[in-house]
Design a protein around this ligand. Sequence first.
Ligand SMILES: NC(=O)c1ccc[n+]([C@@H]2O[C@H](COP(=O)([O-])OP(=O)(O)OC[C@H]3O[C@@H](n4cnc5c(N)ncnc54)[C@H](OP(=O)(O)O)[C@@H]3O)[C@@H](O)[C@H]2O)c1
Length: 331
Amino acid sequence: MGYNFLVTGATGFIGTVLVDYLKKRNDKVRVLLRPESDVGKVSSMQVEVCRARYDDPESLRNALQGIDIVIHLAGVTKSIDEKGFYEGNVLPVKELMQVIREVNPGLQRFVLVSSLAAAGPADNPDPGIGEEAIPKPVSIYGKSKLEAEKICLSGKGAPSVTIVRPPAVYGPGDKDVLQFLQLLKKGLVVAAGDIGVQRLSLVYVDDLVRGIVMAAESLAGVGQTYFITSPKGYSWDELSSAAARELGVENVRKISLPKPLMRFLGHMAGFISSITGRAGFLSRDKVTEMVQDYWVCSPDKAKRRLGFTASVSLEEGMRSTIAWYKEQGWL
Ligand SMILES: NC(=O)c1ccc[n+]([C@@H]2O[C@H](COP(=O)([O-])OP(=O)(O)OC[C@H]3O[C@@H](n4cnc5c(N)ncnc54)[C@H](OP(=O)(O)O)[C@@H]3O)[C@@H](O)[C@H]2O)c1
C-alpha cells in the first residue's frame, strides 16, 4: 500500500516530474492547485485535483484531509519585489503549517522543497557547504526560502518535517539552462564573475524527485535538512564540455562578465521590470546570486543517512535536456 501524497506546485517543472514518479509507483496523489493554476497542465496525470487558496483555511483543510505526506514544491523563483517572494515562498508555508496543526497533526511528513539559496554560497568548493553551516543567504529569494524553513521547524505541535534544499535543477521541462546552451551552440560560454574560479552544484530533475521521496519516506528525514545534489560542484569547463559534445561544438570561447557590469545590468533589468511589472531572467537579486564563486553543496549527508546518490551523469543529463530543447525547436 502506497502513501496518500499531497503535492503543491504540481504544474511546475519539478512538480510534473514528481507527480509522474509517484504515479508510476502507484501512490495516491492529490494535487493542490491555486484558483488561477492552469488545470490543463495536470489533466493527463490522472490525479485528484483540489483547488485551494493559501489564504483560505477552509479550502486548505479540504486539501489536507486524509493525507499522509505533503510535498510542498510551490514557490516563486523570480519576482520583481520582496513582496512577491514573501507571498510565494513564506505565506503558503505559514498557512499550510497552521492548518496541518489543526486538522492533521498526525501527518506523517511535511517536506518543504527549499533551496541551496537558503544556505547561501560555500566558502570552499570541495566538498561545498554542509547542512550544519549557519545559513547566509545572499538574495531575497534565498532569505524567503530560509524564512519558510524556520516556520516549518519551529512552533509547538509541529508535524514531522523534512527540508530538502536542491541546488540548480535541470532536465527536460526546465528553461533556465536554455540560454547557456543557446550561447554554447554559438561557441560562447559567458559567466557573470570569474569563469575560471566558479563552481556549481546541479541536480538532474529525475534524481531530485527520487531524493525528495527518499527523504520523505525515511525516518532519517524527520526534523532534518538535506541537500539533494550532484556528487561535486562543476566548473564552467566541465559544464561546457559535457554539453558541447552533444551540440557538436568544438571550439569554445569563454567570457567573464565583470561583477560591476553585471550589477549595472541587474539594476537596469530591475528598473525595466518595475515598469513592465514582469520579472525577467535578470534582476538585481539574480545578479547577486550569479556573481558568487561557489554555489556548491555537499552530497555527503544525503548519501550517509538516506543512501541517496545522484545516478544521472552530467553528460547523460545534458544529452536528454538538449534532446528535449531540440524537440521544442529551441536549439
Ligand atoms: N528549478 C530550480 O532550479 C530550483 C532549485 C532549487 C529550488 N527550487 C524550488 O523548487 C520548487 C519548484 O520549482 P520549479 O522550478 O518547479 O518552479 P516552477 O516551474 O516555476 O513552478 C512553480 C510552481 O509554484 C506555483 N506557484 C507559482 N507562484 C506561486 C505563488 N505565488 N504561490 C503559490 N504557488 C505558486 C506554480 O503554480 P501555478 O500553476 O499555480 O502558477 C507552479 O506549480 C520551488 O519552491 C523552488 O524554489 C527550484
